[in-house]
Design a protein around this ligand. Structure first.
Ligand SMILES: C[S@@+](CC[C@H](N)C(=O)[O-])C[C@H]1O[C@@H](n2cnc3c(N)ncnc32)[C@H](O)[C@@H]1O
Length: 378
């Protein structure tokens, strides 16, 4: 909460470099030599995770205890979801959520030997400390809370991914609002990580920052929440969904799908608040073409119009897709409401996040349907 009015362009927070927890902090710590000795080098992400797990184990003796103590004990990112909950996500998100779980699993399995190498630092066996649960917690702490900060890349850490993470206590208490604009980054002159508000913030209002122009799928995947009225949000139509409206009798169907795929038109097909995206309508236009219109395939993908009856076919099928997605949402929302009745607190939190996502998608689909019905009436 802003305890005083923050004017436009004013600073929201300025955090001195020594408060930032980066891989430099880890490499300078008691864990540094173990990381430096390990081959192949571990990733910057894993270095931060191991440090967090170790510092949490250190309890009040840890220099970072006041920070660790206020970190959430659990998260609502899909890596925490059971398969039953993943099934309740929109189809296009299920794949990414499963990938996230697999990626995490891979990291855990491939890190076991390194965890073991840290044994001299602890009295308790490392298997009891660096558990899958502990790594999941640390992984989500880093993923949901780090700010982007470029710094020198260490030779002791792998370079598969850039080392751009910084855990920023205090600063990481600020929530995201898609409509807020901020200027954020490390200021080399003041040696502080600074966030400046573009629009300002009134006294006693919650001071938000902006994590980036993310849609709700990305917010759920990376941060475990959904922003209501998110202007970046859309409803995705994946290939499985698109197939609901395809004409199996169309002898050119396989060829059309291949053509769409080769031209990168089977990805990023969406419905938004203002109706179907141009990409979705273009894909539908191609799918609508009759056998004798073979010569128009290229021009349709470049934006050429189709005959009135083909355009009507497209609008009709876009409506069909919209209705099918709506039915899918209704079913998922019913199931979520049943599950919520007998859920414990942590499951309830997960169910509520999925429910918010489904409700947001429902809102988008309702707008899309009105747009499509108006087009149909023209
Ligand atoms: C950098 S932390 C922000 C501080 C966090 N709210 C806390 O109290 O620790 C990021 C996390 O905050 C939550 N969060 C941020 N913005 C949110 C929002 N607009 N609505 C709901 N949760 C939000 C999400 O759980 C996200 O993973």
């Amino acid at each position: 909460m802003a305890t005083q009015t923050i004017k436009a362009k004013d600073s929201v927070i300025s955090l001195p470099e020594k408060c930032l927890l980066t891989t430099r902090t880890v490499l300078k710590s008691y864990m540094g030599d173990y990381i430096k000795r390990w081959h192949p080098p571990i990733s910057p992400l894993l270095a931060l995770c191991c440090f967090l797990i170790s510092e949490r184990y250190g309890g009040d003796a840890s220099e970072w205890s006041s920070y660790i103590n206020i970190l959430p004990k659990t998260y609502t990112c899909p890596v925490y979801f059971s398969d039953d909950i993943i099934d309740l996500l929109p189809r296009s998100l299920q794949k990414k959520a499963t990938e996230q779980k697999e990626q995490f699993q891979e990291l855990y399995c491939s890190s076991l030997m390194f965890f073991h190498s840290l044994q001299p630092l602890f009295t308790q066996p490392t298997e009891e400390l660096f558990t899958q649960d502990a790594l999941r917690w640390a992984w989500c702490s880093v993923n949901t809370r780090t700010v982007y900060m470029e710094h020198d890349q260490s030779d002791y850490l792998s370079r598969e991914k850039d080392d751009v993470y910084a855990l920023a206590p205090y600063l990481d208490l600020l929530n995201h609002c898609p409509n807020v604009q901020v200027e954020a980054g490390f200021n080399k002159e003041t040696c502080c990580y600074e966030v400046k508000s573009v629009q300002g913030c009134k006294k006693f209002q919650q001071a938000f920052i902006n994590y980036g122009p993310h849609d709700n799928h990305r917010l759920l995947l990376e941060y475990g929440f959904v922003a209501p009225d998110n202007p970046h949000s859309v409803v995705h139509v994946d290939l499985g969904t698109l197939k609901w409206c395809l004409d199996e009798q169309d002898k050119q169907l396989t060829q059309k799908l291949l053509y769409l795929r080769d031209n990168d038109f089977l990805r990023n097909l969406t419905f938004g608040m203002d109706g179907p995206s141009w990409r979705l309508m273009t894909a539908l236009r191609l799918l609508s073409l009759k056998p004798e219109q073979y010569t128009s395939w290229k021009s349709v993908l470049l934006g050429a119009g189709v005959s009135r009856d083909r355009e009507e076919w497209c609008i009709h099928n876009a409506l069909k897709l919209c209705n099918n997605l709506t039915d899918d949402n209704v079913k998922a929302l019913e199931r979520l409401s049943q599950l919520k009745q007998c859920a414990n607190l942590s499951l309830l939190e997960q169910l509520c996040v999925v429910e918010s996502l489904r409700q947001e998608e429902q809102r988008i689909l309702e707008h899309t349907r009105v747009v499509l019905q108006n087009l149909w009436g023209q």
